[in-house]
Design a protein around this ligand. Structure first.
Ligand SMILES: [Zn+2]
Length: 280
C-alpha cells in the first residue's frame, strides 16, 4: 500500500495512564488507580498542539479510562480525532488467552460505545502484544467483532518481544488491515524509530531519516505516543533503573519532540489515511 503523498505520517496515541506499561516483575495491580494523575491536563495540551497544526490522530482508548474520563473521550472525538480500542484493561494478549482477550475487547467496545456513538474500526493490543504466529486467534476474534484494522504487531526488537519477521509496512492479515509501527532495517536488524521510548530518546536527525526513508520508498510511516511520553512530571515506577529509563527517560523533552514531529511531517489519523486511500 503506497503512501498518499510525500512526507505524510500516521500518528497514533495510546490513551492510558503513566503506570500501564509492562516491565519485568512489575504489575500496577491497583497500586496507582486511586492516585490523582495528570492525564486530563496532558491530553488537553496534546489536543491543543494537534489543533495548532491542524492535525488529526487516532486515539486507541483503554476502556477503563473511557469509564473514568467520559468527558475527555467526548472532547477528543468532538475535535475530530479517531477513537479506536486499546482493550478494556491494559493486559497483554498472551496473558489473557483467547476467551479473556475476547471478553476484554468486547468490554472495551461496550464501554467506549456508551460514551460516544461510533463504530470502532481499529484496535491496538496493550504492549503491542499481537503476533501472527503466537496469537493467530486474536486476529480472527477482532474480525468477528467487526474491526477493520489492527495496529498491534511490533515488527522490530522491543523490550518484551516483537515480531521481527513481520512486514514493517502497512499490510493485510487475512481480512484485517495491519498498521505496524515503523522501524529501520539495519543489515537485517529491525530498530524502531516510531514512538514512545524511541521517539523520546532518539535524535531528531535519526527520526527524520526514518520518516523520509519510508516516504521515499512510497510507504506511510506509523508513529505512536502515550500521554506519559510528553509529560515532564511522569513519575518513576518501582522497577530497575533500566526499566525506569525506558519508562520515563527524556519525558521532559517529549512535548517539544512531538511539536517537532508535527512541524516536520504532515500528521494524519489512520481514519484519514484509509479515506485518502479509498479516493486514490
Ligand atoms: Zn498501551
Amino acid at each position: 500500500m503506497n503512501s498518499i503523498k510525500k512526507n505524510i505520517s500516521i500518528l497514533t496515541v495510546d490513551l492510558e495512564e503513566w503506570y500501564h506499561g509492562a516491565y519485568p516483575g512489575f504489575s500496577p495491580n491497583g497500586k496507582f488507580e486511586t492516585i490523582p494523575t495528570q492525564l486530563y491536563k496532558v491530553v488537553l495540551n496534546m489536543l491543543k498542539l494537534f489543533a495548532e497544526h491542524n492535525s488529526k490522530s487516532t486515539f486507541f482508548v483503554l476502556g477503563e479510562l473511557a469509564q473514568k474520563y467520559p468527558e475527555l473521550i467526548k472532547e477528543i472525538h468532538n475535535q475530530g480525532h479517531e477513537i479506536a480500542s486499546h482493550g478494556f484493561h491494559h493486559i497483554q494478549t498472551n496473558l489473557l488467552g483467547a476467551k479473556g482477550f475476547r471478553e476484554n475487547v468486547e468490554k472495551s467496545i461496550e464501554t467506549i460505545g456508551s460514551v460516544i456513538n461510533v463504530k470502532l474500526k481499529g484496535f491496538r493490543a496493550p504492549n503491542f502484544s499481537l503476533n501472527p504466529h503466537k496469537t493467530p486467534w486474536a486476529f480472527e476474534i477482532l474480525e468477528e467483532l467487526g474491526f477493520e484494522y489492527d495496529s498491534s504487531v511490533f515488527p522490530a526488537l522491543m523490550y518484551y518481544g516483537g515480531a521481527t519477521r513481520f512486514s514493517r509496512f502497512i499490510t493485510d492479515i487475512n481480512g484485517l488491515e495491519e498498521y505496524p509501527p515503523s522501524c529501520f532495517n539495519v543489515f537485517g536488524t529491525r530498530i524502531s524509530f516510531a514512538g514512545g521510548f524511541y521517539l523520546r530518546v532518539l535524535p531528531k536527525w535519526l527520526i527524520s531519516k526514518g520518516i523520509k526513508k519510508y516516504c521515499e520508498m512510497g510507504y506511510t510511516p506509523v508513529l505512536y505516543i502515550h500521554p506519559k511520553d510528553i509529560d515532564n512530571e511522569t513519575p518513576s515506577l518501582p522497577v530497575d533503573p533500566i526499566s525506569n529509563f525506558v519508562h520515563r527517560g527524556l519525558c521532559r523533552k517529549g512535548f517539544a519532540k512531538l511539536e517537532w514531529v508535527l512541524k516536520f511531517s504532515k500528521i494524519i489519523s489512520i481514519e484519514e489515511y484509509r479515506e485518502c486511500r479509498k479516493e486514490t
